[in-house]
Design a protein around this ligand. Sequence first.
Ligand SMILES: C[S@@+](CC[C@H](N)C(=O)[O-])C[C@H]1O[C@@H](n2cnc3c(N)ncnc32)[C@H](O)[C@@H]1O
Length: 405
Amino acid sequence: MPVSPPRERFLGLLRAAVTEGTLAKLTLGKPGGPDPTLRNLFARPVQLRDGARVSLTWRHATREVTRNLPPSDAADLLAGLLGTEFLDAHLFTATGHHQFETNPGGRPRLRSLPPPPGLNPPAQGPHDRPKDHVLPGSTPWLQDLGVTNPDGRPRAGMAGKLSQIQHFAALLQPLLRTAFPPENAREREGATLEVIDAGSGKGYLTFTLATLLGPGFRVRGLEARPELVAFCNQVAARHGLRERLTFVAGRLDPARAETCDVLIALHACDTATDDALALGIRAGARLLVVAPCCQHELRPALEAPPGLGPVWRHGIFRERHAEFATDALRTLLLEWAGYATQVAEFTGAEHTAKNLLLSGLRQRRPGDAGKAEAVREFAAAYGIRTQALARHLGFDLTAIPAAPR
Ligand SMILES: C[S@@+](CC[C@H](N)C(=O)[O-])C[C@H]1O[C@@H](n2cnc3c(N)ncnc32)[C@H](O)[C@@H]1O
């Protein structure tokens, strides 16, 4: 996948930050123009009576000159100055600190780091606020993953993917806050929490997790395809994320002992979702989040629940029941394993069988007898005698088990 040159990438980030309202501040330095008194140029967003503006201050040796410009005019002007009047730039946004530097040989370089703690763009007026995204299109790695252009907008054919990633980020954020309340951050100081993205694919959500969670968490993508693992590790390194974001090649093995505080699996096909859930439960993960797909396992053996016999000959109805029965049984098994579950729609724009987000927050001791009875009754209603997650957990669907394994 071609990667655009540093200046172009930096200007894309800058334009997106200025126009999307995620700019915190910008400094252009190393002046290279004709005015020997010019030291640097400082830019920050301001809210004036006429709306959002970018305030630009040219700092000379003995004076300052300030102009307030509409965001898109400011972005145009700044683009013209970088590489001509100024050779270095530091851009701070809601999601990153981006350093553009020109070495003595004239070679430009771009480095992206997480934003320093406590740095936020100022609040804007209700009319000027762009659509709020937990993960703005200007987030730098989205470009390298082929989702966005240098201006932070989706590439052709990737608008759906961007909105899916942003929707996932928006759904995930409150779950993470509940599982790891910010007020407990001090207690966790020094401890690194482990996050696994099972079946991480091209890493869209793995990068999202690493960005949302920040320092204090170590995110690992487990993925069967080594070429995707190599690509994702390269992108993570390019964005200075390697210390807390790693991709590992191999197949999921729920029997292997893993350290895991958060387990995510998005669109891990068929029983790979069960493998992922079992891995997280065995590891005692506090938060489990899965978006299942291709629920094939139960379909051939599913029996019509009472009253549904007359419609059971319709394949589509049987298929929908198989999806429902699989995911409903998973939530009941999670409840039995001690997790409080939630079910949400993953993306409102796409009504496909892949749009369910199941989450579980570890809250109770596992093995509640009432929960076990609910699992068994549900399984009996559909004639389900065995299922992948139940097998992993040692739950005999035809009898009440003692406690999860
Ligand atoms: C449909 S893709 C989803 C990728 C990613 N989670 C996303 O939503 O963008 C499923 C990925 O899971 C991987 N996968 C499926 N079964 C797996 C297994 N048992 N172990 C490891 N990876 C697996 C596949 O190679 C594929 O990249």
